[in-house]
Design a protein around this ligand. Sequence first.
Ligand SMILES: NC(=O)c1ccc[n+]([C@@H]2O[C@H](COP(=O)([O-])OP(=O)(O)OC[C@H]3O[C@@H](n4cnc5c(N)ncnc54)[C@H](OP(=O)(O)O)[C@@H]3O)[C@@H](O)[C@H]2O)c1
Length: 327
Amino acid sequence: METIRIPGIDEPASRVGLGTWAIGGWMWGGADDDASVETIRRAYDRGITVFDTAPVYGFGHSEEVVGRAVAPFRDDVLIATKCGLGWGDDEQPFRDSRPDSIRREVDASLRRLGTDRIDLYQVHWPDPRVPFAETGAVLEEIRRTGKVRAIGVSNFAPAEMDALATAAPLATDQPPYNLFERGIDDDVLPYAEDNGLVLLAYGALCRGLLSGRMRPDTTFQGDDLRVYDPKFQPPRYDRYLAAVDALSEIAAGRGKSVLALAVRWVLDRGPTIALWGARTPAQLDAVGEVFGWELTAGDMAAIDDALARTITDPVGPEFMAPPARDA
Ligand SMILES: NC(=O)c1ccc[n+]([C@@H]2O[C@H](COP(=O)([O-])OP(=O)(O)OC[C@H]3O[C@@H](n4cnc5c(N)ncnc54)[C@H](OP(=O)(O)O)[C@@H]3O)[C@@H](O)[C@H]2O)c1
């Protein structure tokens, strides 16, 4: 396992982190808690020490399952959770970084996680109704109590990070980043490099599209977000599958699977941790295949060429953005 250091945390962080959104059982067609606990423990056995969760992932459920699963080895892992999203009885999330709300949220997360500190506390989405410096100030107030060890954000633009960092030591950002979603290449990625931030790249497998499992007739059930994810809709879906075929050929040239290539690509782009959204232990079998090699400049060029040839009508992950709070 490769590691990286998150500013403010001495213990090394694994460069693959387990993403536990699906484990919360919301927006991924349901979850099996026993399989989730086994998956989290298998991740630890495979050297993964970063576990990313959020209150909104199953409205507390993901945090509870993560807390229970890591309890036997709590001191050996880093728990990353989030604040700044609220929801009502309709379970529709909205952005809410009001200071009092964040103060309540941190205590609720600690309780659900069954722990006395959160290693990395991230603002899930920028709230345009609260000045970012005010959000930074409340996070720093909480950090100084010891409830939180390091402060991060997610889905923030550089100017928003600059504003928040006037009031708090910012350690990380968590943007979408994968072979098909490269919106951070020209701004957030260089910003992280210039400011010593670590990026927790989410959707490293592009919601499974880059796993190699998807077929033209693959369907999704229940509340699975891929039912309406624009990449999974015809005719675009066929173009993305063609891109996966082209990427698989490049991966095969290195003796690797397309999944390993996709995660390796995220790691070789900068100071990143790739969040891998597994929900069964077997899905983590490929973790070892990610390490011990690097993509060459020639591989990177071949990848860019394959993407340009196959994806003629790209679309981003914007459909996932929650709305601002009502005035
Ligand atoms: N901050 C944010 O706003 C934000 C947004 C999105 C995600 N995230 C974080 O990032 C994490 C990862 O992103 P993600 O969950 O969106 O997606 P992801 O990691 O790109 O993809 C997850 C999906 O990939 C499939 N998969 C995983 N391993 C596989 C394997 N070995 N073989 C075949 N398929 C495999 C699974 O699909 P199946 O369901 O088909 O099994 C899984 O549901 C999340 O869990 C969360 O922690 C954060």
